[in-house]
Ligand binder design. Sequence first.
Ligand code: PAF
Length: 287
Amino acid sequence: MTLNDTPRDIPIVRTIAELRQIVADWRREGLKIGFVPTMGALHQGHLSLVQTAAKHADKVVVSIFVNPTQFAPHEDFDAYPRTEASDAKALTGTPASLIYAPKPREMYADNHSTQITVEGISEGLCATTRPHFFGGVALVVAKLLLQCLPDVAVFGEKDYQQLLVIKRMVRDLNIPVDILSGPTQRDADGLATSSRNAYLTSDERKVAPLLHATLQDTAARLRAGEPVEGVLVSAIQKLKDAGFDPVDYLELRSAEDLTRLHSFQAPARLLVAARLGKTRLIDNIEV
Ligand code: PAF
């Protein structure tokens, strides 16, 4: 290990004022700023987004904030893993320069009253069972981008609908940032890495890779020209038979604007969300 490889503690700031000061200093030095927003519980998927950001920027800010406005009251906001110490440790092995971990009060005033709705693209798919979700994501991402004012921000393709919602919002609101995406990271058996995988029991963990395998099998059948409707119905049944209950959706959509496709035409994306026990898993692949 050379001196440059020595893991170093990454500074953590908790206020907008501190974040802005540091970013403004970097800007004065002519440096380019990258940003990776997260809710913590960092895994390989997040760390790869930090690497992507570092390819496009001199300094990378990683935010850690479990955002209350994207959880419905019955969802796992309280149970969501909060692992700041180990997250900070994991980031020491990456090019991250700064952690921004605001408290909820720093992010949301008691009487905060602004909402952001990104119509069309944030309807259907995940919004069907989580109607509050994309409004909460759009709001917090807009706030984070305006707090940090990065040149580029990186989001994972695993949350594909979220990625397109954010791209649309940034375009519509003229937020001066380039939105980049990083490919889904997977365990060796194909399961997409996710903070929520920690909720799976060991039996469920054995079944979970079937989600990705089913997407791959479905994509192959679509490419071979089988009719969309029949292929999707049989794939959903296969997931149900394996214990996924409910299967919220398995759909073929346009990769550009998520329009539903009734016949296969590229660029297309297959997207799935299904519950395994208490854990809701999502995944998607390009077809
Ligand atoms: O994808 C996530 O982890 C979150 O939805 C995000 C983008 C950090 C907003 O809270």
